[in-house]
Design a protein around this ligand. Structure first.
Ligand code: SF4
Ligand code: SF4
Length: 163
């Protein structure tokens, strides 16, 4: 589980498996820290790097990045420096496992980003999800249903790569 102090009161479930099937613009949940587009982290991007990334030893995504925007943290998890990334999508092409959803690397309009620490924006994030792929959720982790905790308040359904 990732430690993010989010100030969220409601729990949500993000279905990453179903979201991959949608071609339309997908909403992004963020936690606004300082200025928009530099410090925020997309919650879906964190989930992709945390759960489905296979943490390749040679990490072709890192080597191909022309902007040195990707690195591994102390837990071997890939992180992207938003202020360095030039959105070339080379990392998506280089990843042999389809870990990354292309829309995460596209510049979207502000209305597609929702600050999850704000209750109204959290409601709108859920409403904006295509096909109810993001819902309010009262349950807990359930590995049999591929549901895992990303943070205390955010659960994700995904096929987790297990070493
Ligand atoms: S989109 Fe391009 S610049 Fe951004 S992290 Fe991927 S390879 Fe690096
Ligand atoms: S290439 Fe793909 S699976 Fe491998 S470390 Fe990079 S994002 Fe993860």
């Amino acid at each position: 589980m990732i430690a993010i102090s989010a100030g969220m009161r409601k729990k949500i479930l993000i279905d990453m498996v179903q979201l991959r099937d949608y071609q339309e613009c997908k909403p992004d949940g963020i936690f606004k820290e300082s200025s928009f587009n530099t410090e925020f982290k997309s919650i879906r991007e964190l989930a992709a790097f945390y759960f489905s990334c296979r943490k390749c030893g040679d990490a072709p995504c890192i080597s191909v990045c022309p902007a040195d925007a990707l690195e591994k943290n102390e837990n071997e998890m890939i992180t992207r420096a938003m202020n360095l990334c030039v959105r070339c999508k080379s990392c998506i092409m280089a990843c042999p496992f389809g870990t990354l959803m292309p829309d995460l690397f596209e510049k979207k309009d502000r209305e597609n980003y929702f600050d999850l620490s704000d209750e109204e924006e959290l409601n709108r994030f859920v409403e904006a999800s295509p096909g109810k792929t993001i819902v309010f959720y009262e349950g807990d982790e359930d590995p049999e249903k591929h549901i895992y905790k990303l943070t205390e308040q955010i659960l994700v359904r995904d096929y987790v790569w297990d070493q």
